[in-house]
Design a protein around this ligand. Sequence first.
Ligand SMILES: O=C(O)CCC(=O)C(=O)O
Length: 294
Amino acid sequence: MQLTDPIIRAFRTDGVVMVANVLSDQSLRKVVAGIEAWVDERADELRAQGQISDAHRGAPFERRMALLHAQCPDMIAGLDIMHSRIPALFEFLHDEILLDAVESLIGPEITCSPIQHLRAKMPAHLENGGNEMVPWHQDAGVTLEDADATDIVTCWIPLVDASRANGCMEVMPGARALGHLPHVSLGGTTIRPDLLPSITPVAAECPRGGVVFLDKFTPHRGLPNTSDTVRWTLDLRFQRTGTSTGRPFHPAFPVRSRDASLVRRDHADWCRRWCEALESSRGRQTHRLEAYVG
Ligand SMILES: O=C(O)CCC(=O)C(=O)O
């Protein structure tokens, strides 16, 4: 879906825009089916090890992971995109409707950044729940300097309706004009508290099918999930092919080009590149942090 001029203008001015009804139900169903297959496998593995007693097969997508996590918080270990490498997620990185929207913002030569996440945000009341809370930061703070000149578009994609209650993001519209703000390590990578813009935050509620488009300088954070269900989301990043990603040691790859031969569609190759990169980049710094004494 191409974005309209008013939406593009809002993105450029505010650094954030929520667009409803972007993605097809069919694409999202395929992604969810791929995740469910991973959950089945992981639950079976933990049941065989005696770490869970009930795999809750048949429980709704937005409940099941909470039921499993309550039995074994380790259930979500290895879920993130680069570790689980779920084939349906790799396919979704090429989603034509999503890429049409991204093309409206950065043009037709599009590379998928390796900074990409699948998040299952647990209800905060669960024991070990709330660990997935992300403090105020800019995506520029979690990329290294080599990407300073790169326009990076974050696509935050709920797989279930995302509301304030289940822990959607809060964002600061208009703060992108401030550029890169120093980040420190304080309960996670976060904007130095004394430099946090005094802009009233807005809850970026977004229904399933919608996308929140975010500029790399827009401060945002994840709210706690006060519901009983799991807030499932993807956050993916795209940029012009040939620009630096800020994670030079992790694999980026073209997902759209006027020259179709440049687009990489080989899932096995993607898996191989991630395995090698994770091994060889062990211990590398990925966030840009300043020393801080509060
Ligand atoms: O999903 C969240 O709660 C936070 C997401 C986030 O920080 C990001 O996409 O950069």
